[in-house]
Design a protein around this ligand. Structure first.
Ligand SMILES: C[S@@+](CC[C@H](N)C(=O)[O-])C[C@H]1O[C@@H](n2cnc3c(N)ncnc32)[C@H](O)[C@@H]1O
Length: 376
């Protein structure tokens, strides 16, 4: 797998995060290369302040940091770690690393952007840019040509300003936009209540399933345990924290820990725990890669609705990592509860890890199955 990005006689060595011995995926894509070529052709004067939005693993931040001042904004903890590691590895100057909840700096000269997968997140970023940067500051975005729809360009036109696109190159296209549209105010949160439950959820723009409840989570809510012996619970990949809120209601004495790699998910979960359970509960909400750095053998219950995506890649390695980490943190007789689509066959993975006789099916329907693995 190629780790050397070479453009115009310059080379960077780039790795994804977390490091994976059998990695098959590159740490950059043709969209990064297209943006780099384009900006090099623009021959910008040195020391411009470049705002980089949604850099995947630091290709853009590393490349431009040697001649410019870089602020990079991303909602992903994994991207932050990838960017920081690659900057260090390539001996690049420091950059300012922000989340997409932070304020956009007001002295930016040019903005480059990997278009995010989630349209609500895109709209949020475009509206924030429109409010913060002057109308002469160009925004150049990139994505796979097949993912830039007429509706995507309509969002750029509505929330940012005049927009046109480049020709396709290696199946990617650039989107050029000028922040001159009439500003549209976009609320940072969407709030809704869960049918049949006393749960009110606040959802920041990039939180998973932020506009309606995930079907898997809905099924899981009906089967979460009430057990006074449960003292420590971890919600791994918590999203808006809906599973933790319900577990907190069922188990009023338990300590709740919510983990997600999205900063917006963690902030949403924190607010939802507070709003639904009050201020006196023992809760911890943390942006992290799975349970990296967690102590072993001190948790009674881990609940997990695993993701199918890690950054831009569709993968099941992250589910495996989550199950391994859950086993590590569970105390003896502690339980991991997992929900997944039937076809994903998480039962096979759990049996490999916990032993077949320690894995049972809690419930199932046509689409989903809820499994429970007990640490022996
Ligand atoms: C299918 S969603 C489940 C969200 C929520 N628990 C629910 O049931 O609605 C999976 C979550 O895992 C998070 N995630 C993805 N990769 C992660 C990682 N490496 N470490 C921690 N969380 C991760 C995603 O951001 C997403 O919020």
């Amino acid at each position: 797998m190629n780790t050397e990005l070479t453009i115009l006689d310059r080379q960077l060595t780039l790795h994804r995060f977390p490091a994976n011995k059998n990695e098959t995926l590159q740490a950059w894509d043709a969209g990064d290369e297209y943006l780099i070529h384009h900006l090099e052709e623009m021959a910008l004067a040195d020391n411009q302040h470049i705002l980089v939005l949604n850099d995947h693993f630091g290709a853009l931040s590393c490349w431009f940091s040697t001649r410019h001042r870089i602020t990079v904004m991303s909602d992903s903890f994994i991207a932050h770690q990838g960017i920081l590691n690659n900057l260090k590895h390539n001996h690049c100057p420091e950059v300012t690393c922000l989340t997409t909840m932070d304020a956009i700096p007001d002295d930016v000269n040019i903005v480059i952007m990997q278009i995010p997968r989630n349209n609500r997140h895109l709209v949020w970023q475009l509206s924030q840019l429109r409010q913060q940067i002057p109308s002469h500051c160009q925004v150049i975005a990139v994505n796979k040509a097949r993912d830039i729809h007429t509706s995507t360009l309509a969002l750029f036109e509505r929330y940012l300003g005049q927009t046109h696109t480049s020709l396709a190159w290696k199946k990617h296209r650039l989107v050029f936009s000028q922040p001159d549209a009439a500003p549209v105010c976009v609320a940072s949160e969407i709030e809704w209540s869960v049918d049949g439950e006393a749960i009110q959820l606040h959802n920041l723009p990039n939180v998973y399933s932020g506009e309606s409840l995930d079907q898997g989570a809905r099924f899981m809510l009906q089967h979460l345990p009430r057990d006074p012996k449960i003292q420590n619970i971890i919600d791994l990949g918590c999203g808006n924290g809906v599973l933790s809120v319900k577990l907190g209601q069922l188990n009023p004495e338990a300590t709740l820990t919510c983990i997600d790699e999205s900063y917006m998910a963690v902030a949403s979960a924190q607010k939802n725990l507070q709003v639904n359970l009050g201020n006196d509960r023992q809760t911890h909400c943390l942006a992290n890669n799975c349970l990296d750095g967690f102590d072993g053998a001190n948790t009674d219950l881990v609940v997990c609705n695993p993701p199918f995506h890690q950054q831009q890649a569709i993968t099941d390695h992250i589910a495996w990592q989550m199950f391994c980490d859950a086993k590590h943190v569970l105390c003896k007789t502690g339980k991991l509860m997992v929900i997944g689509n039937r076809h994903l066959r998480y039962d096979v993975k759990l049996a490999r890890l916990f032993g077949k006789s320690h894995v049972k099916t809690v419930a199932g329907n046509k689409k989903f199955v809820i499994l429970e693995a007990t640490k022996s």
